[in-house]
Design a protein around this ligand. Structure first.
Ligand code: HEC
Length: 185
């Protein structure tokens, strides 16, 4: 019986110690990370998120966009993300300090959206979501139910979910310098 207790205690420690070390070491490394200026006296980045964008993130989660879109730009030597124009620099942990939940994603069926708000130039996001085929997006799911026609049938009216979602997509940017990722040396 004495040996059994020692064995159980050994098994418990073998599981608990590495698990505890993982949790504690991540907390020590990243737990106190916050917004920071790239240089002394400079503005703090990432910028505060607009309220509508925070609501839009909840819509993004509820519609499952994360199942096809990542939000993480890989460093230049580890993939072609920067060459493809997904970002101007690699993503760093500090980029995500305000985001709850963080939506890194693990499958990239559509393009990465980490820097989408900065890199998109004049794309009609409503048109893409409402009628992807007409906007040249051959593979995109339809989110037409987020839009309605006006009473006279002449214009498209976005729902509150669509307005928040588009605000969220436009708020996604990683085009600023931070202590770990300076744009100019
Ligand atoms: C089934 C996978 C899938 C899902 C789910 C999905 N997308 Fe996409 N998305 C794509 C693909 C693929 C593209 C590339 C365009 C194309 O070929 O259809 C794309 C393109 C986009 C683009 C344009 C990106 C660029 O670089 O121009 C945006 C913005 C976008 N999606 C937003 C969303 C949002 C918001 C949601 C959730 C409401 C969503 N997507 C859900 C697959 C998906």
């Amino acid at each position: 019986m004495k040996n059994l207790n020692t064995l159980l205690a050994g098994i418990f420690l073998a599981v608990a110690m590495p698990f505890g070390a993982l949790v504690i070491s991540s907390q020590v490394q990243l737990g106190s990370l916050g917004r920071a200026p790239a240089e002394e006296g400079g503005p703090l980045f990432p910028s505060l998120e607009p309220g509508l964008a925070i609501q839009g993130r909840a819509v993004y989660v509820s519609l499952g966009c994360v199942s096809c879109h990542t939000q993480q730009v890989r460093p230049a030597g580890q993939g072609s993300d920067i060459a493809r124009g997904y970002g101007v620099r690699a993503s760093v942990a500090r980029d995500y300090v305000q985001q709850k939940p963080v939506l890194l994603g693990d499958r990239r069926i559509g393009p990465d959206l980490a820097n989408y708000g900065a890199r998109t130039k004049g794309l009609d996001i409503d048109a893409l979501l409402r009628d992807p085929a007409s906007s040249g997006a051959t593979w995109h799911p339809y989110y037409s139910y987020l839009y309605a026609l006006s009473a006279d049938g002449k214009s498209v009216v976005p729902s509150e979910r669509a307005v928040a979602l588009v605000a969220y997509l436009k708020s996604l940017r990683q085009d600023y310098s931070s202590p770990e990722a300076k744009l100019k040396q």
